[in-house]
Ligand binder design. Structure first.
Ligand code: PLP
Length: 423
């Protein structure tokens, strides 16, 4: 089939605007008539430097990122950030405790060391809101890294799995058991759970500091809903996301990090002396920031594609920016959910109403035999990428930014015909 004949609902990598792909095809062979491919040029050339700066600027403009935040391009996808969050934020927590101990003990380095070592063992907590498979993985990686050093540091403040071990809701924040703000190195949440179709409706208000509490450093994984709605960056210490959904193609990970965290960093030797690791260099946010995201070789082609996607959003939505995109995303998601809800005897949503993702719309066809028929029939019509994640099965229609309404309508027309045939 031609590209126009296919409606792709894959969960990631995901569809990109056709005009970006066409421009990308050109740039891949001969960028702006330079005679070179973007995959060939040096990541330290003036062309690469400009691409990096332009993409950064487009992101700053789209998300209204304040001056006290840095934008970084990194490697390793969302998964590498699961580890990077632990390495970097533990270091930040330790440095804060070192500074406090310094106030108490002056230049008695031995006393400072003993105090911080004790704090690491008995005080430090990493809070995770586990609302789906990806936040679960992030919390497991934290446990994997810290278990041998400080076995009780991971606090799963909420685990949304039901009695069958399935995700599909966000427990009310009254039920969360966050550790005290003094002890907490950060609170981690995944804004949109790609596998399970669970999305926070907005910033999780339960993590905001109460009067008299210290601020909580909030970390968000926005890999699968980045750029689909405005975000209050200031409420976060760090936001990260792999590019291969709404931002562009795989190979780069975007990070928005509050600048003060990049300087709240102890020396590697202090970290070692208190029994902690120091971040591996390619995951070390401070090092990456000092090197303008070019500590090592970056895929400039992927950064350029991300820039094109962002510029295209700015051109499409003008001053409404991501508010415009949000309206469009909502309208498409509503169209699909309405069809699911219209035929409750055939389709079954798997996520509670207040946690339904606008990006990954997960549902079951009630009868397992018919479900297979539904998916096979969809393929025949070139409605592709609808199989649920291999760990959960079912149907998942991913509704990323580049999915046109026309493709959504093709899907809902098929759903309607299918439901009428299988009452
Ligand atoms: N976080 C979320 C929400 C994801 O959807 C994914 C991948 O789909 C990841 C993290 C992991 O990303 P990567 O495969 O880029 O490591």
């Amino acid at each position: 089939p031609t590209r126009a004949e296919v409606s792709y609902f894959g969960a990631g990598p995901a569809p990109l605007p056709t005009h970006v792909l066409e421009a990308g095809a050109k740039a891949f062979v001969n960028f702006e008539d330079s005679g070179l491919s973007l995959a060939e040029i040096s990541h330290r050339s003036p062309t690469a430097t400009k691409i990096l700066a332009d993409t950064k600027q487009a992101l700053i403009s789209l998300l209204d990122i304040p001056d006290n935040y840095e934008v970084l391009f990194m490697h390793g996808g969302g998964s590498a950030e699961f580890s990077a969050v632990v390495f970097n934020m533990v270091a930040v927590w330790i440095e804060k405790r070192r500074r406090m101990a310094e106030k108490e003990f002056g230049d008695d380095q031995g006393a400072i060391l003993r105090k911080v070592k004790q704090d690491v063992q008995h005080d430090m907590q990493l809070d995770y809101l586990v609302t789906g498979s990806w936040s679960l993985k992030a919390s497991q990686e934290a446990a994997n890294l810290l278990e041998p050093l400080t076995p009780n540091a991971i606090n799963v403040a909420t685990d949304a799995r039901d009695s069958n071990g399935k995700f599909g809701s966000i427990p009310s924040d009254e039920k969360w058991s966050l550790s005290s703000s003094k002890r907490s190195a950060f609170v981690y949440y995944c804004d949109n759970e790609t596998v399970d179709g669970v999305e926070f409706p907005g910033f999780p208000s339960g993590v905001e500091a109460q009067p008299g509490e210290e601020e909580r450093l909030v970390i968000a994984d926005m890999s699968s809903n980045f750029l689909s709605r405005p975000v209050d960056v200031q409420k976060h210490a760090v936001i990260f996301g792999g590019a291969q959904k709404n931002i562009g193609i795989t190979d780069i990970t975007l990070l928005i990090v509050r600048k003060d965290l990049l300087t709240t960093v102890p020396t590697p030797s202090f970290l070692h002396q208190v029994g902690m690791f120091s971040p591996p260099v390619v995951l070390n946010w401070s090092v990456v920031a000092k090197n303008n995201s070019l500590y090592n070789t970056m895929p400039i082609f992927s950064i350029w594609i991300a820039g094109e996607v962002m510029r295209s959003l700015l051109a499409t939505y003008g001053i409404t920016k991501l508010k415009g995109q949000e309206g469009f995303s909502d309208a498409k998601a509503r169209t699909i959910y309405q069809m699911i809800d219209w035929y409750p005897q055939v389709f079954q949503p798997v996520v509670e109403l207040n946690a339904r993702s606008r990006m990954n719309i997960c549902f079951r066809v009630k009868d397992p035999e018919t479900e297979k028929e539904f998916l096979d029939g969809a393929k025949k019509l070139n409605l592709l990428g609808l199989n649920g994640h291999r760990s959960v099965g079912g149907v998942r229609a991913s509704n990323y930014n580049a999915v046109p309404m026309q493709n959504v309508r093709k899907l809902t027309t098929y759903m309607e015909e299918f439901a009428d045939r299988n009452p």
